[in-house]
Ligand binder design. Structure first.
Ligand code: GAP
Length: 526
């Protein structure tokens, strides 16, 4: 982490260099909305490409989905968002500012009082803006943005902007199973815009009202099905190799840890230091009632260690909800399970059923449900369980920007002390990979050669042409954009096809042939 960086300094660089602008700045801005400028949109594109490549393209067991943002409102009823996706909100009766009650309490070192249906503020909490203690009691505020479909604005035409991309994956599950030729375990990934009418957008882009998510729903067999097929369920104590190929015998907890490792490995690969990544395991009532476990992957942002991604084991909650609300079956047929069950004799079936009934009733579920579940398993059917790694693209962009920012004081080749701002992005996500400069612009042969080289490299990577100002100034501009390399085309290039390559991080310059340059970039950008 860049220990001394404050958000104002970062935001100022982001604005000056065209990474991030305030949305609608021309009209005074709009709180909680941001625009990505020429460099920022390249950065985000690279993040999303890298995620899609890691999660979908380089795996045989994950497919993609791109669903609409506005969906049938029944989806949000089934998912629980229509009734439960709310934050407690309080208003200051004196200055009329609005706050999230839980954040207010946390900032003032007290606990928000939670009862089953409501919240209350403990004594002494005051308005952080004006100091008044004249605050309303907390009220639930649904975070979904409401709109109307069609010209008539009445309750029958209400729709919601999606607050997460995940639900579309569950709603389209049957279509995907029918078309993708995948068998459980397999995943469906989606990335795209989500909207939450946050009460208090804050920390720059960290908590916005419009943002992008990159979500994976990875469907797995229930542990009981694994046991029938493999005769045992691999647990963490068995020390499975989480970096090796997944195994059929893995239970849900091993899958959860597998995805945690996959995601941490990816964050490190795109440049976030291991020391700045933490895991926070949710406990008690932080956990949704249906979730078996949920871990937040956190990053040490300049304003504190905060969530970058949540990875949750959601059991069969979502598909079951959609089955109940739509009346359409979400079971899948698993031929391997059917064959495994067919090999059991009656006493073995009875023993297995008794074991499941004991487990389920111990967890407070009914015997009747347990027996119905087992009967379906023997027929090769079940509703898949799911592990959900859910990341925020904008939060990751902010983490990468914070991590990249550096101010360096150095001594130049003439012995003079100088400083520079340099964005030390990993080459794979750097918005521009290469700056290409002609040493001078008034020598047609040299200029033409530099244009040819630029055109050749631009076919492979996002390159930036800069012909104005001293070479040193051009380097500085590329340092602030986070461009890992610059090449200068000079008179020697005309003789032997070599260029000067300057490295962003150590400012070293080397002379190399064009083909060696291409090999080097290939190896380092990946
Ligand atoms: N489907 C599960 C889900 O949406 P979440 O923890 O609410 O879980 C997942 O969101 C990720 O989306 C978060 O870890 C964060 O990176 C991002 N995210 C959520 N709310 C956000 C907001 N208001 N602004 C920016 N990113 C947000």
């Amino acid at each position: 982490m860049n220990k001394t960086l404050d958000l104002e300094t970062l935001a100022s660089l982001c604005k000056r260099r065209g990474f991030i602008f305030q949305s609608s700045e021309l009209y005074g801005g709009i709180n909680g909305f941001w625009d990505y400028g020429p460099l920022g949109c390249e950065l985000k594109r690279n993040i999303k490409d890298a995620w899609w490549k890691a999660v979908v393209r380089t795996r045989e067991d994950v497919v993609g989905l791109e669903a609409s943002i506005i969906m049938h409102p029944a989806i949000w009823k089934a998912s629980g968002h229509a009734d439960g996706f709310a934050d407690p909100m309080v208003d200051c009766k004196d200055c009329r500012k609005r706050f999230r009650a839980d954040q207010l309490c946390e900032e003032q070192g007290v606990e928000l009082i939670k009862t089953e249906a409501t919240f209350a503020l403990p004594d002494g909490v005051q308005c952080p803006a004006c100091g008044s203690k004249n605050l309303t009691p907390p009220r639930s505020f649904n975070l979904m943005f409401k709109t109307f479909v069609g010209p008539v604005e009445d309750e029958t035409n209400v729709a919601w902007l999606r607050p997460e991309t995940a639900q579309a994956i569950f709603a389209q599950f049957s279509n995907i199973v029918a078309t993708a030729r995948q068998k459980v375990p397999f995943g469906v990934a989606q990335m795209g815009k989500s909207f939450r009418n946050e009460i208090n957008p804050r920390n720059y882009t960290f908590r916005s009202r419009e943002f992008e998510q990159m979500e994976l729903e990875f469907f797995i067999r229930p542990d009981e099905a694994v046991e029938l097929i493999c005769g045992h369920v691999t647990q963490l104590d068995d020390k499975p190799d989480l970096m090796g190929p997944p195994q059929a015998s893995w239970g849900w907890n091993v899958w959860l840890h597998y995805w945690i490792e996959q995601r941490l490995t990816w964050y490190r690969a795109i440049g976030l230091p291991e020391a700045d990544l933490e895991q926070y395991w949710q406990v008690g009532d932080e956990l949704a009632h249906y979730a078996r476990a949920c871990v937040d992957i956190e990053y040490a942002f300049p304003f504190g260690v905060q969530e970058l991604e949540g990875i949750a084991a959601r059991a069969d909650f979502d598909l079951t909800q959609h089955q109940t609300h739509s009346g359409k079956h979400m079971d899948i047929f698993d031929e391997t399970l059917k064959q495994a069950a067919a090999k059991l004799d009656d006493p073995a079936r009875e023993a297995f059923t008794r074991k499941v009934v004991t487990d389920w009733t111990r967890q407070g579920k009914s015997e009747e449900d347990a027996r119905a579940f087992v009967a379906k398993l023997f027929d090769g059917k079940y509703i898949p369980h799911v592990i959900e790694p859910s990341a925020g693209t904008d939060r990751l962009a902010l983490a990468l920007l914070s991590n990249a920012y550096d101010e360096e004081t150095f001594t130049d080749h003439k012995g003079k002390t100088d400083t520079r701002t340099v964005m030390r992005f990993h080459p794979s996500i750097a918005p521009i990979k290469l700056g290409v400069f002609p040493l001078v612009k008034n020598k047609p042969e040299l200029y033409g050669k530099a244009r040819d080289i630029f055109a050749q490299l631009q076919r492979r990577w996002n390159c930036f042409w800069d012909e104005s100002g001293a070479i040193g100034r051009r380097y500085r501009r590329m340092d602030e954009a986070g461009t890992p390399w610059c090449v200068t085309v000079d008179f020697q290039t005309l003789d032997d096809d070599t260029v000067t390559l300057r490295e962003r991080d150590n400012m070293q310059q080397v002379r190399l042939s064009l083909s060696d340059l291409v090999d080097k970039l290939d190896a380092e950008i990946g």
